[in-house]
Design a protein around this ligand. Sequence first.
Ligand SMILES: C[S@@+](CC[C@H](N)C(=O)[O-])C[C@H]1O[C@@H](n2cnc3c(N)ncnc32)[C@H](O)[C@@H]1O
Length: 254
Amino acid sequence: MLPALARRAIESYSDPGDLVLDPMCGIGTTLVESIHAGRRAVGTELEPRWATLARANIEHAQHQGARLLAQVIEGDARHLPRLLATHPPACGRVDLILTSPPYACEVADVSNANLVSGVGPIRREDTSNYSADRTNLGHARGRAYLAAMAEVYEACAAVLKPGGFLVLVTKDMRSGGKLHNLSGDTITLCENLGLNYWQRIIGLLATVRDSEIVMRPSFWQTLHARRMRARGERAHVVAHEDVLVFRKPNAPSA
Ligand SMILES: C[S@@+](CC[C@H](N)C(=O)[O-])C[C@H]1O[C@@H](n2cnc3c(N)ncnc32)[C@H](O)[C@@H]1O
């Protein structure tokens, strides 16, 4: 997630001193931005590799002056209530959950060295779908993805305090010749769990240069769109992310 996007969401949907959770925290962007903004933070992450980097990023933020603490717990986000039992008094008291889940499509970092030299694969296989471990939800597709993410969001709803916010950053990606409606699927999943659909914000992947908006779509999206256009298919690059905001009702009857 872009740090600026995380910062904006944290400032909009939580207050100083609040507890922020990222259940799939990756390298810890949400946690770092939370402690810089004076919030307490906790993250869970399946992969020890990314959890270690998240802890290093938190330590770095503390050297830069962030005064609050953030903890990273290794484990499966589907078991949040159990994982947070070791982090009292977190369960049922989280003010804001902010995350960017896997997008149900192939992801990998770009090897800049190979891209520049033109030698070797552009795709960094060691980062493919976050892990070689097939239980990582980066590998889940279709119905299996929806079922697993329903479990993650149910666990999120359980640890949120009444009135707390769940903010999800998703992206509608193209694959197999189709645009996948991940934002729509995510809204359905969360509404089915009884969360209130609160807001939807379009996060442009752009920068401002000389008063002009310059789009900055990802490398893979650009490559994909160029290949489609070369085949004569009329497709535009997806140059935004969807920021989906949900709220846990204050009382069952609310
Ligand atoms: C898109 S990244 C999230 C990055 C981070 N949330 C951010 O916004 O910067 C998705 C992360 O989910 C992790 N993940 C996948 N399945 C998981 C699971 N069942 N429980 C916890 N983390 C999981 C992956 O290892 C990966 O680090």
